[in-house]
Design a protein around this ligand. Structure first.
Ligand SMILES: NC(=O)c1ccc[n+]([C@@H]2O[C@H](COP(=O)([O-])OP(=O)(O)OC[C@H]3O[C@@H](n4cnc5c(N)ncnc54)[C@H](O)[C@@H]3O)[C@@H](O)[C@H]2O)c1
Length: 429
């Protein structure tokens, strides 16, 4: 962590899972970040967070629109609403002069993504997208190896996103993204992956895309005949990997207040809240009855100019949660990593193998999700705002925009079942 140049003040828009996560940085490092404003429609959450962060009444709002009516009162805004509610607040706060930390995805469609980037550039504010995997020490190490030419020219990248049975059922069945109108499974789950691939491919542009995918498992036809409507009364619950008791209640009883237990009650989970949620809400309903429009498996092939290829798979129902498997094959060497504590480099010229491990974090932080990537993101963002210097941000906004637009093209190739030529103008505003 760098020297602290000054205290940064922030307005947080959307105190849901991600908003609360990033705000915890202010509790961990009160000399670096202070939350001075909150916009959150759920009154009990707003009140709770107002007390936790000691925010003045005049800067607590039930919608971002009211906060945007005021002259700028914080250095930056942290926007953590759902993607359908990203474009309007981003543009409004950019016009007020705020630096912006914007949750991925930039927006729910290509046009809105471009508009956000266009307005932020015009207003000359910093816009940082929360593609948190770019901030992981492991992915930074891979970037360093690739950029230093250690593996030579990239021949092929293979990437698997293991979404996780818990994550898939919580996010895409019981939670925010069961319907495509809030973003497709590929956009929500895999814009991180396409973003990393974009980073490693550097200046090379993708020229062609194919993608296939389907939703095989979680639907009414696959519901076990004897299963019940709610997990708490289901006679086969013990055998079900998606049991609400196993996903929410059992971890809570073991003292785990993290994802996804923390997402089924508005405030800090307690036994009454968790029990009520799994007895009376969709968080306790049979996932086979609920179903989803999102895909549980998808494969993507990308052809890049110069001939390099990439294959990427997204699998919903897996044992690892938000796991990654990465292999990069170059003309001089190979890189392998699961982004979970090591990066292996094989040097084909010397026939040697070396394993790199990141140093343990030297500071204590609550931002442990995604292997600590959330911490590294906030550390970098707060520092950039304090110094008014975005050179430590690992993604240029052009590169973030490009990776999002490519993600939309991949979705299109899958929906239209076609080989899609990618325009060299992709990402040009
Ligand atoms: N970076 C990552 O790895 C990662 C992980 C999960 C989610 N996300 C992204 O983060 C974003 C938020 O997801 P989440 O899981 O925190 O969702 P969430 O539903 O927990 O939070 C959204 C919050 O926005 C609030 N909100 C709605 N309308 C509002 C308005 N008009 N003004 C102010 N607040 C408003 C809601 O009340 C809610 O508290 C999404 O874009 C999602 O894709 C990113």
């Amino acid at each position: 962590m760098s020297d602290v140049p000054r205290l940064v003040t922030a307005l947080v828009v959307g105190m849901g899972w991600r908003g609360k996560t990033y705000s915890n940085f202010a509790l961990d490092f009160p000399d670096r970040l202070k939350i001075v404003g909150i916009a959150e429609p759920r009154k009990e959450v707003l009140d709770h967070c107002q007390t936790a962060y000691n925010v003045a009444d005049k800067y607590c709002f039930q919608s971002w629109e009211d906060a945007a009516k005021l002259e700028k009162f914080a250095d930056c805004v942290i926007i953590c609403t759902l993607e359908s509610e990203h474009m309007a607040p981003s543009c409004a706060f950019a016009k007020r002069g705020y630096d912006i930390l914007l949750e991925k995805a930039i927006a729910e469609n290509a046009e809105n993504c471009k508009e956000v980037v266009r307005v932020c550039k015009e207003e000359k504010v910093q816009l940082v997208i929360c593609t948190v995997l770019r901030y992981l020490p492991e992915s930074r190490r891979i970037t360093e190896l690739v950029n230093n030419g250690v593996v030579g020219d990239i021949l092929n990248i293979q990437m698997i996103h293991h979404q996780g049975n818990v994550m898939y059922s919580h996010c895409y069945i019981r939670g925010n993204w069961s319907h495509v109108k809030t973003g497709t499974s590929f956009l929500i789950g895999c814009c991180h992956d396409i973003d990393l691939i974009t980073q490693w491919m550097g200046d090379r542009r993708c020229i062609s895309v194919t993608s296939f995918g389907s939703n095989i498992h979680l639907n009414k036809q696959n519901k076990p005949p004897e299963a019940g409507k709610m997990c708490v009364d289901c006679p086969v619950e013990e055998k079900c990997q998606f049991s609400a008791k196993k996903i929410y209640l059992d971890p809570f009883k073991k003292g785990d207040m993290g994802f996804p237990v923390n997402l089924i009650t508005p405030l800090v989970p307690d036994i009454e809240g968790v029990t009520k949620a799994i007895n009376t809400t969709k968080f306790g309903e049979c996932v086979y009855d609920l179903g989803t429009e999102q895909l549980d498996n998808q494969v993507v092939n990308l052809m890049y100019e110069g001939g390099s290829t990439v294959s990427m798979s997204h699998v919903g129902i897996t044992s690892r949660q938000a796991g990654r498997t990465i292999k990069i094959f170059g003309t001089k060497g190979e890189i392998e990593s699961n982004l979970d504590g090591s990066v292996t480099h094989y040097d084909l010229e010397t026939n040697t193998k070396s394993v790199w491990n990141p140093e343990p974090l030297k500071v204590k932080s609550q931002l442990t999700q995604f292997g600590g990537a959330d911490f590294h993101l906030m550390d970098t963002f707060v520092d950039s705002v304090a110094r008014r210097d975005s050179s430590r941000i690992p993604a240029t906004i052009e590169s973030s925009l490009y990776s999002h637009l490519l993600t939309f093209e991949i979705d299109r190739a899958q929906r239209e079942n076609t080989i899609l030529a990618i325009s060299p103008e992709l990402g040009v505003l």
